[in-house]
Design a protein around this ligand. Structure first.
Ligand code: ZN
Length: 379
């Protein structure tokens, strides 16, 4: 199985990268920007490319160069992924230093920045010089949701690779092949995840995630009273907070332990004031991260609700297209008959408004309450 095997639905991109790896002088360059919608596999594509560049056989997937590149253990492949909100200038300078070095045993010095959109302005300045005057065998692979997420000075010097949203069939095939999902489960997960590979995998693997989704999509059919709306909103916000906490609790503790050790808290004596400040700063960063993850979880709720109303609207407009939520056909038919298309559009607008409110830092509970009140048709 070659390193390209898991890049589902990206045949065109794979073709471009293969040509680059094959050593075609026009096809290869030293800075790449990999973009694509969330879940399309940006970091997978970048890692596969890194592995193929190091492999003697162009990405066999089998040799130690391939395996260590993919896992992040290859000495000449640096994978930068961050849980932090930004990648600062110090971190970038460290990368730039590394980029200036010759590869130790690989064919290239490859630097993969998975969240290039989080590089700060000063970080981008530091990066620019290395991208303008690269070392002979250095390759930068930057990943971001869209080209606009990376400052123009950087993106104009990169060759662009744009990933497409993979088809349901392609994602389902991957879930069966790589994760051992049954074909039925894989089809369901791929269909409702709408081409988001990570989301599809979560749904295929985790029964609790499937149950949460099913429960969520009962809301449009059963919310009536104001009290029900407020309770449901509080439940959604709570469960998003729990989801965020489950992701970060270990990471938070590890970061705190590492920082304490670096500050010498194991030794006797009073804690210096600067150390206290550093701990406070970490605390604030961790809180900001928990908040962001909670918002991400609520954003997924909004995405799921959108698939529901998209289906309702489809039935209402009599278009003979396939539903996303085929298992809810009866319920969707009922809602479609109950409401007008205008009412459905109003609800879709409310979902978009809720997303904007969350991005604009409106309190999550307030935003969700307002949304559910609209969904229940109470205004
Ligand atoms: Zn190989």
């Amino acid at each position: 199985m070659t390193v390209w095997a898991d890049l589902v639905g990206q045949d065109r991109v794979v073709e471009v990268l293969r040509r680059a790896v094959a050593g075609d002088a026009h096809a290869m360059t030293h800075a790449w920007l990999v973009t694509g919608p969330p879940g399309s596999g940006r970091s997978n594509a970048a890692r596969a490319f890194a592995a193929a560049l190091q492999c003697e056989r162009g990405g066999c997937g089998d040799c130690s160069a391939c395996r260590t590149s993919l896992s992040g253990a290859h000495p000449d492949v640096t994978l930068v992924r961050t849980e932090q909100l930004s990648i600062g200038v110090d971190e970038v300078r460290e990368l730039v230093r590394r980029a200036a070095m010759s590869p130790t045993l690989g064919r290239y010095q490859v630097l993969v920045v998975e969240d290039a959109d989080r590089v700060t302005e000063r970080g981008a300045d530091a990066l620019l010089k290395s991208i303008e005057e690269p070392a002979a065998r250095t390759v930068w692979l930057l990943c971001a949701p869209t080209p606009d997420d990376v400052v123009v000075t950087i993106r104009s010097r990169c060759r662009r690779i744009e990933l497409a949203t993979p088809s349901t069939a392609a994602v389902a095939e991957l879930l069966v092949r790589r994760d051992g999902a049954t074909p039925e489960l894989a089809e369901y997960a791929a269909r409702v995840a709408q081409g988001h590979i990570g989301r599809a995998r979560m749904l295929a693997r985790n029964e609790a995630v499937r149950a949460r989704r099913s429960e969520l999509l009962t809301l449009p059919g059963r919310l009536i009273s104001l009290g029900e709306c407020l309770t449901a909103a509080a439940d959604l916000v709570d469960s998003a907070a729990q989801e965020a906490a489950a992701t970060t609790v270990e990471l938070d503790a590890r970061e705190k332990a590492e920082l304490s050790e670096a500050l010498g808290f194991g030794t006797k004596g009073a804690r210096p004031r600067r150390a206290q400040a550093a701990l406070r700063e970490l605390d604030e960063q961790q809180k900001a991260r928990a908040k962001r993850l909670q918002r991400d979880a609520l954003d997924r709720v909004l995405t799921e609700l959108t698939t529901y109303y998209r289906d309702v609207l489809l039935v209402q407009s009599g278009v003979a297209a396939e539903l996303i939520n085929t298992e809810l056909r009866t319920e969707i038919d009922r809602i479609a008959g109950r409401d007008t298309p205008e009412a459905t559009l109003r609800r879709i607008d409310a979902i978009l408004a809720c997303r904007e409110a969350l991005e604009g830092n409106v309190a999550p509970l307030l935003a969700m309450e307002s949304l559910l009140v609209t969904i229940a048709g109470r205004r």
